[in-house]
Ligand binder design. Structure first.
Ligand SMILES: Nc1ccn([C@@H]2O[C@H](COP(=O)(O)OP(=O)(O)OP(=O)(O)O)[C@@H](O)[C@H]2O)c(=O)n1
Ligand SMILES: C[C@](O)(CO)[C@H](O)COP(=O)(O)O
Length: 269
């Protein structure tokens, strides 16, 4: 199934506190988080996990940061012969995804009439979109493969997920907070990216969510837009290596993985 990948890399990384957008942060091997993320996509292609059409990368609006990440994308495209297009993002992650969707549609080709194969449809009459965080640099090909395989089986939305290892409680009140309940852990999953979608369905779901009252900040992943639009969202196995670099501790773990040779995709540098 022809697949376009949308990488959101426009976030500021406020919790990482690096002083530059998170996607520009260099890991211990001298390569930026975005380079690692792009390499994980091409590693998935080379492993036969995805039939890669093109990549759209959503970059910060600031012209200097956009130029810096644009250079990363340009060098990657020259090295791999993958089509990569950059587009400026927005204030919230969902704004950035929405900005990216317009670029993805151009890369994927026009949508066919409802229910038809359409020119960009491929064997299932649909174009697959993977929405992926630049902040998850080490996702193994098997996760890409599981997501695309679920899309090929006909589901319109699929998320990779891992089990939760802590006990999760709900709380209320100002400090000191009090516990109001304990969630049943067997029913909880920590959701990762890439999240896979039928492109036309996700475009419609985001349009619907944009018209709703929630606001972009309330939409912390794209599957939420699909859930709100009434779609069934499938779940496939994520991977601990799919963790998101959010804090300095995560960055230390990423660098330790690189130093130990545990992370994937290094052969592409
Ligand atoms: N306005 C935004 C916010 C986030 N992202 C992207 O969404 C992914 C996941 O978001 P998160 O880890 O929360 O990144 P930041 O928003 O940059 O981090 P923080 O919340 O700590 O500021 C990242 O790849 C980030 O670049 C984006 O493209 N545009
Ligand atoms: C999309 C995501 O990575 C799935 O876990 C996550 O929701 C991003 O959340 P954040 O609020 O942008 O950190």
């Amino acid at each position: 199934m022809r697949t376009t990948v949308l990488i959101v890399a426009a976030g500021s990384g406020s919790r990482l506190q690096a002083g530059i957008p998170k996607a520009m942060v260099t890991l211990g091997d001298g390569h930026t988080m975005l380079e690692h993320c792009l390499d994980s996509v091409v590693a998935a292609r080379d492993a036969g996990a995805i039939e890669l059409n093109a990549i759209a990368v959503v970059v910060p609006g600031d012209p200097d940061y956009a130029a810096s990440l644009g250079e990363v994308c340009h060098a990657f495209a020259a090295r791999t012969a993958v089509t990569v297009q950059t587009v400026p993002g927005g204030a919230e992650r969902a704004d950035s995804v929405r900005a990216g969707l317009a670029a993805v549609r151009k890369l994927a080709g026009p949508a066919g009439p409802a229910g038809s194969a359409g020119s960009a449809g491929g064997p299932f009459g649909r174009h697959a979109l993977l929405v992926h965080d630049a902040a998850r640099p080490f996702v193994p090909p098997a996760v890409f493969s599981a997501v695309v395989t679920a899309l090929e089986s006909g589901t319109a939305a699929v998320v990779p997920a891992v089990e939760v290892v802590d006990t999760i409680k709900t709380v209320a009140g100002a400090a000191p907070e009090v516990v109001t309940g304990t969630l049943q852990r067997t029913q909880l999953r920590a959701v990762q990216t890439p999240q896979g979608f039928d492109l036309t369905s996700l475009e419609a779901a985001h349009r619907l969510a944009e018209e709703g009252a929630g606001g972009a900040a309330a939409l912390t992943d794209d599957a939420m837009a699909m859930e709100a639009a009434g779609h069934r969202v499938g779940v496939v196995a994520g991977d601990p290596l799919g963790f998101k670099i959010t804090t300095q501790l995560d960055l230390m773990m990423a660098n330790a993985l690189l130093a130990s040779g545990t992370s994937t995709n290094l052969e592409h540098h």
